[in-house]
Design a protein. Structure first.
Length: 418
């Protein structure tokens, strides 16, 4: 497999409404079928949303004991072993959620390589990974990001350049050791972060505990003036040492003035160092402010919505190609190529379509079936609508006594919503 093929991702960066509109406007769809197709999309979307609603509650429950932003009073005290077991389950469920949203987990080697690379922000950071009990980073959407850069090589003129980056980056971690650099984070908490448009070499800027290092040029700007000032002061001290020793009270005052000058240079250097660090911290804060998308429990809502939309895109595109895309009786391989070609030609999107996942979903929803020879056939749109409507009634009904009449039965709210 070529490098270009390895870089292709499963994620389909297309708004759900735009996908439905493009498929409905295809010439193969009649005016009457267009309205039915939109009803089908509404039912599929409602079905997926209902399924993901239960996943949301499960994730919120799993995250509750570790949420640093929660203001709810804990009603049950967890033992250390129980907390550790729940933490492991939380990380496993978060990993499964990211896989559904078509993220990929950075390996330890990828993370260490990113930490060794110089930061695009101009910051020099040192991150001690031993601070973390558990740290996972997920990325999606490898891309080229435009950044403005200036240096002595460009005579301090701003020049735009392209750097490798990620459209989305998610972080989940729990601290093992607490330090001043990680305050006020608690070691019992699990932190979730979601960022956008992050250069690959800037991963360390997103994590707590990174120590800002000042570059050699800025160190020289601090140290050299200080050393020269101290040297001149010492030279004056040596030249006037004998005179100062026998000059009485005025000589002593002069001597103390020279010593104060040395101390003044040291204090000035220290405050220059602090100002330089504050400048770097401000640059880091500004960088994170504009790249941050969500935090903690908000990340769960955000990622579940992404995973839900991704599942909808795969289902609708696969079913439509079998229904009106000229692929009735196609194999999974033929459908895979057709889906990728449609995305490229109609939307300009180069994606690796997850055909096996899509076919499993439309089969589970009762929208299509495969023959013994592995050829797929979509059910008619009338049959698909009836199947989804019946499934919706089952989702939103409860058992009633057999003696209850049809007139008092629960209304079919799924069909009315459609």
């Amino acid at each position: 497999m070529s490098k270009a093929e390895r870089q292709r991702e499963h994620h389909i960066p297309l708004r759900v409404a735009d996908l439905v509109q493009k498929l409905a406007d295809e010439p193969a769809v009649t005016i009457f079928e267009r309205e039915q197709f939109r009803q089908l999309c509404q039912l599929v979307e409602a079905t997926i949303h209902h399924e993901y609603r239960s996943r949301l509650e499960e994730l919120k429950t799993a995250y509750a004991p570790f949420d640093p932003d929660s203001d709810a009073r804990a009603q049950y005290e967890l033992s250390s072993d129980d907390r550790q077991a729940r933490c492991r389950r939380l990380f496993d469920r978060f990993d499964a959620l990211l896989m559904r949203a078509n993220y990929r987990r950075l390996s330890r080697e990828d993370l260490e390589e990113a930490l060794r690379s110089p930061s695009d922000t101009g910051l020099r950071l040192h991150l001690d990974l031993s601070l973390f009990e558990h740290l996972e980073i997920y990325v999606r959407g490898a891309c080229q990001l435009s950044r403005v850069h200036s240096s002595w090589r460009t005579r301090w003129r701003e020049v735009s350049r392209q750097v490798a980056g990620y459209r989305r980056l998610a972080v989940i971690f729990r601290l093992k050791n607490r330090s001043k650099r990680t305050e006020p984070l608690d070691m019992r908490s699990v932190v979730l972060k979601l960022f956008k448009d992050i250069p690959q070499q800037d991963v360390e800027t997103l994590l707590p505990g990174a120590n800002v290092r000042i570059g050699w040029w800025e160190q020289a700007q601090i140290v050299l003036p200080t050393l020269s000032g101290i040297g001149l002061t010492l030279l004056k001290l040596l030249k006037g040492a004998a005179a100062v020793a026998f000059a009485g009270i005025y000589g002593l005052v002069a001597f103390l003035g020279l010593v104060s000058g040395v101390i003044g240079y040291g204090v000035r250097s220290f405050y220059t160092y602090l100002r330089t660090r504050e400048k770097h911290q401000l640059c880091l804060t500004r960088h994170l402010y504009f790249q941050n998308l969500d935090n903690n429990v908000g990340v769960i809502y955000h990622l579940l919505a992404e995973a839900e939309e991704q599942e909808f895109r795969e289902i609708i595109l696969a079913w439509w190609l079998l229904w009106r895309g000229g692929l009735a009786g196609a194999t999974s391989r033929q459908l895979d190529r057709a889906a990728e070609a449609w995305l490229q030609e109609r939307c300009g999107i180069d994606a690796d379509f997850e055909v096996a996942d899509a076919l499993a979903k439309i089969s589970r929803l009762g929208l299509a079936h495969a023959s013994p020879t592995g050829r797929w056939q979509a059910h008619s749109i009338e049959a698909a609508l009836e199947t989804l409507d019946r499934a919706g009634d089952e989702h939103f009904s409860y058992h009633r006594p057999e003696a209850q009449t049809e007139a008092t039965a629960q209304p079919r709210i799924w069909r009315r919503a459609a």
